[in-house]
Every structure is written in structure tokens, then in C-alpha cells.
Design a protein around this ligand. Structure first.
Ligand SMILES: NC(=O)c1ccc[n+]([C@@H]2O[C@H](COP(=O)([O-])OP(=O)(O)OC[C@H]3O[C@@H](n4cnc5c(N)ncnc54)[C@H](O)[C@@H]3O)[C@@H](O)[C@H]2O)c1
Length: 297
């Protein structure tokens, strides 16, 4: 899909962080924007920014973990704009569980899978049949992460597992869309700046959106965001202050990725390429995942 102007994009988790930047960027391309987010106050705030920039937009309070809620999002989109061309399944959360895999609470798994995996499934099930049937060009962008999508980082078992699932389901959907000769395509986004740097988003504090139905039995004593605060403090103490990557760069890559029909959307990085090769070579060699030990130190 090369032309955006006048077409319609839905962005889940579109009120904050990376999703907000995607919404602003696609709005700047002349698209009509639907932002779906579980958090009402930031939804209103981001809608205000879109309005200031002259973007025609709709906000819809949505829980991507609840299929009925995502169906209601699709219906609201079609009622308002009559079509949908781009769906960014971007909403995601950290798991809240940071320890050995066998020590995570089942609800850490349940919550993270509900949002990060089922949220994407719900987005595809709700929107793709309409998009395929409509017959127009379209694109689905599912958000994974280097963590899990390329290789898992230690101590993030659940999150990495969910992001690996996003890659696999998107690869399959990409092929199946071609099999049915649809003009809808699919990509997987690995958010990263073009220059190395942390992404300063709300994901470090995503427990704020954790529903009671997925509550922890033994809530972590650590305040939300402490992991990131500690990391920043450690790096500063070591004389290596943290650099934050501009989130706009991710939105730019997404736009270019859709225009080029690029499946794997991530910026050039020798470091990441080397890690991907190391993992693939371990599989081909029928060896052991020694790269995991190196990360554990
Ligand atoms: N920040 C990073 O370093 C990073 C790196 C790689 C991948 N990602 C992925 O990028 C995506 C966006 O994350 P972010 O970093 O912008 O985090 P964020 O917390 O700033 O944004 C996520 C948005 O999703 C919304 N949300 C959370 N649960 C929801 C639900 N159940 N239904 C609907 N909306 C919900 C939040 O309110 C928020 O606005 C996620 O899928 C995340 O896993 C982030």
C-alpha cells in the first residue's frame, strides 16, 4: 500500500508511547485515525493533539484482551469512516513477572498472553475478514520486540514468549493472505530507533492497566518502573548515561515498511544481525543455546 491519504488506520494502544507516534505519523500522511486504548484520559489527550494537527480522528476505549471490545472497535470504525485499511496491533504490556520462569505466577502469564498474544489475534479476527472481503489494499502491522522476536532476554520469559508468538502468527498470516490472493499484506514491527537508545515509553509501568481478573497473588513489592529507574541509575553511575531513541523514528520505519511491503520492519543493526545469526546457527548446528548463558553473565 503506497497511498495513505484519505484512508483509515486503526492503532491499538494508540493513545500512548509508540502507538501515539504511529497515530500522529499516519495522521500526518493524511489518514483518518482511530486510536484504541484501554486508558481513557490519555485517549482524550492524544485525540486533542490529533485535532490540533487537523487530523480527522476517533478515539475508542478498548481492551484488546476482550474480543467483544475489539469487535466494538471495528464496528465503531466502520460506522464513522466506512472502511479500514491499516491495522496496527500495537497494544502491549510487560508481564509483571521478573524471576526464574518456574517462579512466575500463572496470572503473570495469563495477563501478558491475553494482551500481547490474544490482543493481536483479536485484532486480526475482528478486522481481517472485512478487509479481505472489501477487496481494497490494506496492511496489518503486528508489534513484536527484539526481545523474543529475535532472541529472548534473560528474566523476561513471559514477555519474550508472547513476542515470539507474534512473529510466528504474522509470518503465517502473511503467507495465507497471499494464498487467498488478498490485496491486504502483513508486517511485523520490532520497535527500535535508527540509532541505539532506550525507548522511553509507559511499558515499564504497564501494571497500571492490569485488571483485577489477572491480579498477582503476591504482588511485587517493587514500585512500577523501578527496573528502568535502576537501569538508568546503574548506567549513569558507570559513566554511560542512557540515550533515548526518538519514538518518531519507529513511526517513520512503519510508514516506509508498509509502502515497501517490507515484512520484517526493523532498522539496520550489525549487533542485532549478529545475534539473529548466532541463534539461527545454533539451531542449524543442532547445538545448545549458549548465547543465553552469555547474556546471563
Ligand atoms: N518500549 C519498548 O522498549 C518496546 C520495545 C519493543 C517492543 N515494544 C512493544 O511496543 C508496543 C507499544 O509499547 P510502548 O513501549 O509504546 O508502551 P506504552 O505502555 O507506552 O504503550 C502501550 C499502550 O497500550 C495501551 N494498552 C495497554 N493494555 C491495553 C489493553 N489491554 N487494551 C488496549 N490498550 C492497552 C496502554 O494504555 C498504552 O497507551 C508494545 O506491544 C510493546 O511490547 C516496546
Amino acid at each position: 500500500m503506497k497511498d495513505f491519504a484519505g484512508r483509515v488506520a486503526v492503532i491499538t494502544g494508540g493513545a500512548g508511547g509508540i502507538g501515539r507516534e504511529i497515530a500522529l505519523r499516519l495522521g500526518a500522511e493524511g489518514m483518518k485515525i482511530v486510536i484504541a486504548d484501554v486508558e481513557a484520559p490519555i485517549l482524550d489527550k492524544t485525540l486533542g493533539v490529533l485535532a490540533e494537527r487537523g487530523v480527522e480522528a476517533l478515539g475508542h476505549q478498548t481492551d484488546v484482551g476482550d474480543y467483544d471490545s475489539v469487535v466494538a472497535l471495528r464496528d465503531a470504525t466502520l460506522d464513522r469512516f466506512g472502511a479500514v485499511h491499516v491495522v496496527c496491533n500495537n497494544a502491549g504490556v510487560g508481564s509483571g513477572g521478573q524471576s526464574h520462569a518456574w517462579e512466575h505466577e500463572l496470572n503473570d502469564w495469563n495477563w501478558c498472553i491475553n494482551v500481547n498474544v490474544m490482543g493481536v489475534v483479536h485484532g486480526m479476527n475482528a478486522f481481517l475478514p472485512w478487509m479481505i472481503e472489501n477487496g481494497d489494499e490494506g496492511h496489518i502491522v503486528n508489534t513484536s520486540s527484539h526481545n523474543g522476536g529475535f532472541f529472548p532476554l534473560p528474566n523476561t520469559t513471559i514477555y519474550a514468549t508472547t513476542k515470539a508468538a507474534v512473529v510466528t502468527m504474522t509470518e503465517v498470516v502473511w503467507a495465507q493472505l497471499r494464498q487467498v490472493e488478498s490485496k491486504v499484506s502483513a508486517s511485523v514491527l520490532f520497535p527500535s530507533g535508527r540509532q541505539p537508545g532506550l525507548l522511553n515509553t509507559g511499558i515499564w509501568r504497564s501494571g497500571r492497566n492490569r485488571p483485577d481478573s489477572f491480579a498477582q497473588q503476591n504482588p511485587s513489592q517493587e514500585p512500577e518502573g523501578k527496573a528502568m529507574d535502576d537501569y538508568i541509575a546503574q548506567m549513569e553511575a558507570a559513566g554511560r548515561p542512557i540515550v533515548f531513541a526518538p519514538l518518531e523514528e519507529i513511526a517513520d520505519q512503519l510508514v516506509e515498511g508498509i509502502q515497501r511491503d517490507q515484512f520484517w520492519i526493523h532498522p539496520p543493526s550489525d549487533e542485532h544481525d549478529a545475534s539473529i545469526r548466532e541463534r539461527a546457527e545454533s539451531m542449524v548446528a543442532r547445538g545448545t543455546p549458549d548465547y543465553m548463558l552469555a547474556q546471563l553473565g
